[in-house]
Design a protein around this ligand. Structure first.
Ligand SMILES: [Zn+2]
Length: 143
């Protein structure tokens, strides 16, 4: 079982590293309804595991959760979020958010997702979003 890479925040608190994939097609964004906490609608995301760099984690998570392949990616931003917890008991995460171009057929993870689909900004506003994705979508002026 892979182990999340661990680090320390500026404050000295334990943190994990995470990657998120912003995947857009024709004005719609790919979102999953998360089956594992934190719940809510979210982009494809996950931990950077020990021995991985962020682009490797990105490629792995996109494949695992959506079945898609990444053609290319661009880092939009990276930041420490001290309010973003995970089910492994760590309260802070250092995020890398990437914009990705993808190809392939959608095939969601049955374990990690309840559904997967494409949503435009107006639709996203009405969804119960996972807090970190609400934060990204607002930061990117999508909602
Ligand atoms: Zn974590």
């Amino acid at each position: 079982m892979a182990k999340p890479k661990e680090g320390k925040m500026g404050s000295g608190e334990r943190m994990h590293y995470s990657v998120g994939a912003l995947i857009e097609r024709d004005g719609k964004y790919l979102l999953i309804d998360r089956a594992v906490p934190p719940l809510g609608f979210a982009g494809v995301a996950g931990h950077v595991d020990e021995g991985e760099d962020a682009p490797q984690s990105l490629e792995r998570e996109v494949k695992e959760e959506s079945g898609l392949e990444i053609n290319n990616y661009k880092l939009l931003f990276e930041e420490e979020l001290d309010w973003n917890w995970c089910s492994k008991g760590v309260k802070s995460h250092y995020w890398y958010l990437f914009k990705c171009d993808v190809s392939g057929e959608l095939e969601r993870s049955k374990r990690e997702t309840k559904s997967i689909g494409w949503y435009n900004g107006e639709e996203i506003k009405k969804l119960n979003l996972e807090p970190v994705w609400e934060y990204w979508f607002k930061k990117l002026n999508i909602i």
